[in-house]
Design a binder for this molecule. Structure first.
Ligand code: TXA
Ligand code: MG
Length: 354
């Protein structure tokens, strides 16, 4: 057990001394959790195999699921990859820094363990002062999966990081809650047309404005667990985002959802289960349950995305047996939200008929 140091930093004007201290720890092979615009990441020197192994161990992450490599300038990308296509250049220019991760064919500079033995590498430039300063001060690309125990909801505050990783990592840079709340979009550029492996902070509609053609991997928005012989994104195969309680997602139009959720609630309460509802502002008054939480207004999917992981973690504290979650529309950030919710439910999805 080590002592995890919590360093508070102002996201607008980060204290360089504190970040330098964290950077020194990265350089020595240590583990530093830091905020990005999406979720908190757990950082290690991407070029140091020992540090990467420690990273996997702290997160209890399977070794076949590589982390995203975070850079602070474009020069780093050219070092880490075989080739930067014109499409990649366009995307980096438009969306970086920002919540878009690009998959390239990797160069030999990258240790095998960092990419889980793959010939490809996932890279992004985060849009957060603290993250960018940390990478710059470390002088190396930083491998950073989300800073949660594997399988748990991703952390959107330093407190969430500590819940999972206190005593297992060296430092948490605490700059308050993250702005977006769901992870980056993962876009595979090693195939044509480019393929979205994970919907996230840069929405499909925005990618379509830049790319003539872009596809959504069926697994990225699967309604049931698809068996993928060689899933392109190893993370797609693993259990994800799951709170302790069982999660059920109810999808359909809103009045049908409310009716269906009420029936499910009655069933579970009759069985004596402690039940939570993940509702929205428009519907939260409709339910009788042990705990009802609202993600925010259905009209504002940005707020819904921002609250999602936080509320899933809150339900764990309430010790509910089951969480009945309302589905939201599959547009904009709703696509990322539904991807997370469906996975969190282990694909226990109920279609509410109108
Ligand atoms: O917003 C984010 O992306 C956050 C913050 C910290 O930057 N990071 C994050 O990392 O969500 P992680 O490791 O939890 O998720 C990375 C995803 C996983 O699903 C992984 O399988 C996939 O990216 N991935 C990584 N390398 C890949 C590769 N070479 N090919 C395909 N998928 C890859
Ligand atoms: Mg993750």
């Amino acid at each position: 057990m080590k002592k995890t140091l919590v360093l508070k930093v102002n996201p607008k004007k980060p204290d360089e001394k504190k970040i330098r201290k964290a950077a020194e720890i990265i350089v020595k092979g240590g583990l530093v959790a830091f905020p990005t615009e999406t979720v908190y990441g757990l950082g290690a020197d991407a070029l140091n195999p020992k540090a990467i192994l420690a990273l996997f161990k702290a997160k209890k992450r399977p070794l076949d699921n590589p982390p995203i490599i975070h850079v602070s300038n474009l020069k780093e990308v050219y070092r880490l990859v075989m080739e930067v296509s014109s499409k990649a250049k366009k995307l980096m220019e438009k969306f970086w820094p920002g919540p878009l991760t690009l998959i390239f064919n990797r160069s030999k500079v990258v240790p095998d363990v960092t990419v889980a033995g793959l010939e490809t590498i996932a890279i992004r430039m985060p849009k957060h002062n603290v993250a960018l300063t940390l990478i710059r001060e470390s002088g190396c690309p930083i491998a950073a999966p989300s800073a949660n125990t594997a399988g748990k909801p991703s952390p959107t505050t330093a407190q969430h990081v500590l819940e999972d990783l206190e005593g297992l990592i060296d430092v948490v840079l605490d700059a308050g809650p993250t702005r977006i709340g769901v992870e980056s979009t993962v876009l595979d550029l090693t195939v044509d047309p480019p393929l979205i492996l994970r919907p996230g902070g840069v929405v499909l509609e925005k990618l379509r404005e830049i790319l003539d053609d872009v596809e959504l991997h069926p697994v990225a928005i699967a309604e049931k667990e698809l068996w993928v012989k060689k899933a392109r994104s190893p993370g797609l195969r693993h259990k994800h985002y799951a709170p302790n309680a069982e999660v059920i997602v109810v999808e359909g139009d809103i009045s049908a959802i409310v009716r269906k959720v009420k029936v499910i609630l009655k069933d579970y309460r009759e069985k004596g289960s402690k039940v939570g509802v993940l509702a929205t502002d428009e519907t939260s008054d409709c339910y009788v349950a042990d705990v009802v939480k609202s993600l925010g207004s259905r009209k504002n999917l940005k707020v819904v995305a921002k609250n999602l992981f936080k509320l899933l973690r809150e339900f764990d504290k309430e010790d509910v047996d089951v969480i009945v979650a309302e589905g939201v529309p599959l547009r904009g950030l709703g696509l990322a939200v539904m991807n997370r919710l469906r996975k969190a439910s282990g694909y226990k999805i109920i279609k509410a008929e109108a």
